[in-house]
Design a protein around this ligand. Structure first.
Ligand SMILES: [Fe+2]
Length: 222
């Protein structure tokens, strides 16, 4: 079940864990059957790095927003980019990360494919039709629709962005966008932090970016 989205950035009264994400990997093994069902799709576009890190961030975010349906957020972030595994790989970089990439057709295609994968892999694992439709409602548009439609949608969007502030995300995404790490870090601060929808997400992103820029010596390597 989704919850209404309060005005953004959504405040949280709870303390926010801003420590390195490697200290709190995704908990439990309840989603292992879902992971196992999408292994081939995790091989595209570094999903096998991005998705586990973003799931860990999603769980931290949910701790700050207990009204959110955490299972819906966790499953949605796990599956949200699997559609990249079923589109033409050569178009991912050429269309998905250059020029007018935010409106590229390949981005809509990967959302549609992600929903097809969710509807394929989740019923045999016992997830209800209603739950699967809620997952698809988040996946279909998380990357191409301007606004989040629920608190869970907002948490998935922030978890999707937060991994980029970790050094692993900077290493991969700076290469996708053809930028050096320092330039990419500047872009994270100028463009991606303002897109975040939760105060917890902003706190995590800001702390991670400070750490990553120091670690990567972006002050001089520019
Ligand atoms: Fe993503």
């Amino acid at each position: 079940m989704t919850s209404p989205l309060p005005p953004t950035p959504v405040p949280t009264p709870h303390p926010v864990d801003t420590s390195p994400i490697a200290l709190t990997p995704a908990y439990g093994d309840d989603l292992d059957p879902v992971w196992a069902a999408v292994v081939p799709e995790t091989r595209a576009r570094a999903n096998d790095i991005h998705l586990p890190i973003s799931l860990a961030y999603a769980e931290r975010l949910c701790a700050g927003y207990p009204k959110a349906d955490s299972l819906l957020v966790r499953v949605s972030i796990l599956l949200h980019d699997t559609g990249w595994g079923r589109v033409d790989e050569s178009r991912i970089i050429s269309e998905g990360f250059s020029g007018a990439w935010r409106r590229a057709a390949i981005r809509y295609e990967h959302e549609k494919q992600g929903c097809l994968i969710a509807r394929e892999v989740m019923p045999p694992l016992g997830y209800s039709e209603r739950f699967i439709e809620d997952v698809c409602a988040i996946i279909d548009g998380y990357d191409t629709r301007n606004e989040a439609r629920s608190l869970e949608d907002a948490l998935v969007r922030d978890a999707d962005r937060l991994w980029r502030f970790d050094q692993a995300g900077i290493a991969l995404a700076s290469d996708w966008f053809g930028m050096d790490p320092a330039t990419y870090c500047d872009r994270l601060a100028a463009e991606i932090v303002p897109e975040l929808l939760t105060e917890a997400g902003i706190a995590m992103a800001t702390a991670a970016l400070v750490r990553s820029m120091a670690l990567l010596k972006t002050g001089v390597l520019r």
